[in-house]
Design a protein. Structure first.
Length: 288
């Protein structure tokens, strides 16, 4: 173990933590070890992270892991990765896909909580910490060891609060879990046709007889819809999106279609995402 990584040492307690029923598991760094512990790798000041890769778009619905909460609230985030370690000190704003605060159990249990974010296929990491990161006010720990999954050892890194830098490895056998659904969370977007020329955007899985906005922009997100627009707070994976887009109506089966002329400048450069204005669900991203 890296000597700079803090641990919280406490006696194991013969109590059982609560476990919530699992949805589809998008990532699991380790299976569940012995619950009822009072210590582990510290979630005070330092940030513990585990990398994962999605080979297709997914909507995250819950995250969590084997942890204990000793005081206040803890913080969590999912970030996009561009290399072995995050680029910021500790994070640049555009690295953060979503973040949240939560209160876990004490002693330790397999704790899961709601967490809503759409992730295009790519490389990411799930992070947990105590104060002062991600709005957390308290502290806690991630107990170890937890058995490896059949995929082998998880990929870990941490923010070294004393050295003010990220370190690869340094701890292991902690349990991080990401749950959700592959695809756009029930709404999907497909493109066909010509670019440049007339192209067709087909939406499926939208709210029947509801409205769907096709949002486009140059570059990737994340971008949070501001309060002045419908679905405020929803995270889009489109950079600098045009939020005054054409709204199309879905039929009784939740399908909608838009055919439009696409200029040369947009080909291979514009990202398009469908937004269900009723449910605020977002689709996968397509590029004509």
């Amino acid at each position: 173990m890296n000597a700079t990584l803090k641990t919280v040492i406490a006696a194991s307690l013969l109590a059982s933590g609560s476990a919530l029923a699992s949805a589809d598991v998008l990532y699991e760094s380790a299976t569940l070890g012995t619950v009822g512990q009072g210590g582990g790798y510290s979630l005070s000041e330092q940030i513990l992270g585990s990398r994962f890769t999605l080979t297709q778009d997914a909507t995250v619905t819950r995250i969590g892991g084997h942890m204990t909460n000793s005081s206040g609230t803890l913080g969590a985030a999912i970030i996009k990765m561009d290399g072995l370690l995050p680029q910021g000190l500790p994070l640049n704003p555009d690295e953060i896909m979503a973040e949240a605060t939560f209160s876990a159990c004490s002693p330790s249990c397999d704790y899961m909580f709601d967490f809503d974010v759409f992730l295009p296929a790519g490389d990411y990491a799930i992070l947990f910490s105590g104060a002062p990161h991600f709005g957390a006010t308290g502290s806690g720990a991630m107990p170890f060891p937890n058995p490896n999954t059949n995929l082998g050892t998880g990929s870990y890194f941490f923010w070294n609060y004393s050295g003010n830098n990220w370190s690869n490895g340094g701890f292991d056998t902690c349990r991080f879990v990401v749950e959700g659904d592959f695809g756009g969370g029930g709404i999907d977007l497909a493109f066909s046709g010509n670019c440049p020329g007339t192209g067709t955007f087909d939406v499926t899985g939208a709210t029947p007889n509801g409205n769907v906005a096709l949002v486009y922009g140059f570059g990737a997100g994340p971008t949070t819809i501001p309060n002045t627009f419908p679905c405020a707070g929803t995270v889009l994976n489109v950079g600098n999106p045009n939020l005054d887009n054409r709204v199309i109506s879905a039929d009784a089966n939740g399908n909608a279609t838009l055919s439009t002329f696409i200029p040369t400048v947009a080909c291979g450069a514009v990202n398009v995402q469908a937004l269900d204005v009723t449910s605020c669900a977002v689709s996968n991203v397509v590029t004509p």
